[in-house]
Design a protein around this ligand. Structure first.
Ligand code: FES
Ligand SMILES: [Fe+2]
Length: 343
């Protein structure tokens, strides 16, 4: 295959989202009784809860003539298409074709099913290259898996490719400028030396000249999902719990839309945890939304094909490194698929 063709496939894979990972796709409160249709990694998916409240997720395409199943009915262990009533179960197998006697479509496994898990108030789905393959384990960072921490999930849809949202978090220096007028990032130097440091699951990109003052470090990790972690110091008046951690995920919807998930976390227990939870809801949540809006406004209005016309400098080493990691993974995935297709 010509290099340029290969490059296009790799670019397409990164733009739509890498496979073989878990991604948060919706907050848990996003699915109640009715089926819900979403687009993630450019794939249309229908989610619904069965009688036990468990999430099921399959391709959102009726095997009969392609209506979106998410427009239909939740029958518990299956969904029924609104158009002519075909019923499909959670494995993607057609269970009933009510309009026709003994239709050969019955019993056929027509649609892809997505492994689903709910963690920390969000629904995660696994996007495997091979629909039949077992999903990898999903291990979340300790801020989301240990009882010592207490978190709130904040999620929003941004009209930009997810890669801009990832680059944005990998760039701690923007805190001192874009968020200079904010409750948590108003102090500290406007310049810094920065360097990257390897970790077990990825790497940290940090200021060498300042720590514990502003948004001074960020970490990329992969442990079944790709996540970003950072912390920002909090002034005393924001109550107990020490620094404020953010665990972030940028889930590709399609090539122009991203659903961001930011868990806002403090390591705090007992009555102090109650204080933090009250303060967050009462005082802090609005302030944090203001900060997030600053990010959204810039990212949604980046110049067309911004990534093709950049002049990166030392503070962009973190995002360049992550771009290389993603590109290498995309190449591996594309090559594996081409090999499989050739066999
Ligand atoms: S398109 Fe769904 S039943 Fe006909
Ligand atoms: Fe920001």
């Amino acid at each position: 295959m010509a290099t340029s063709e290969m490059d296009t496939l790799i670019e397409d894979r990164i733009n739509k989202g890498l496979k073989n990972y878990w991604y948060p796709v919706l907050p848990s409160w996003g699915v109640h009784d009715a089926p819900v249709g979403i687009t993630r990694l450019s794939e249309n998916i229908v989610l619904w809860r069965d009688e036990d409240g468990k999430i099921n997720a399959i391709e959102d395409r009726c095997p009969h003539r392609g209506a979106r199943l998410s427009l239909g009915w939740n029958l518990g262990d299956r969904v029924a298409c609104w158009y002519h009533g075909v019923e499909v179960d959670k494995t993607g197998t057609v269970r009933d074709v009510p309009a026709v006697d003994s239709c050969p479509l019955e019993g056929q496994a027509c649609l892809r099913a997505y492994p689903a898990e709910e963690r920390q108030g969000a629904i995660f789905l696994y996007f495997g290259d091979d629909p039949q393959a077992e999903p990898c384990d999903l291990e979340l960072p300790e801020e989301l898996s240990s009882d010592d921490y207490s978190s709130f999930l904040c999620t929003a849809v941004w009209k930009c490719n997810y890669r801009y949202a990832v680059d944005n978090v990998m760039d701690p220096m923007h805190g001192a400028y874009l968020h200079a007028v904010s409750h948590s990032m108003a102090s500290g130097d406007k310049t810094a030396e920065m360097k990257a440091r390897k970790t077990d699951t990825g790497f940290v990109f940090e200021k060498t000249t300042q720590a514990g003052v502003n948004f001074d470090w960020v970490e990329f990790g992969e442990s079944g999902a790709m996540w970003l972690r950072l912390s920002i110091p909090y002034q005393k008046k924001y109550g107990p719990g020490g620094p404020f951690y953010i665990i972030g995920f940028a889930t590709p919807m399609d090539e122009e839309h991203t659903r961001v998930f930011f868990w806002r976390v403090r390591k705090v227990q007992g009555w102090q945890r109650d204080v933090w939870r009250f303060l967050y809801r009462d005082r802090l949540e609005g302030l944090h939304w203001n900060v997030l809006e600053q990010d959204r406004i810039v990212l949604e209005q980046m110049s067309p094909n911004a990534r093709d016309h950049e002049f990166l400098y030392q503070h962009d080493v973190g995002l360049s490194r992550l771009r290389r990691i993603l590109k290498n993974k995309a190449r591996e995935q594309v090559e594996a698929q081409l090999t499989q297709a050739a066999e």
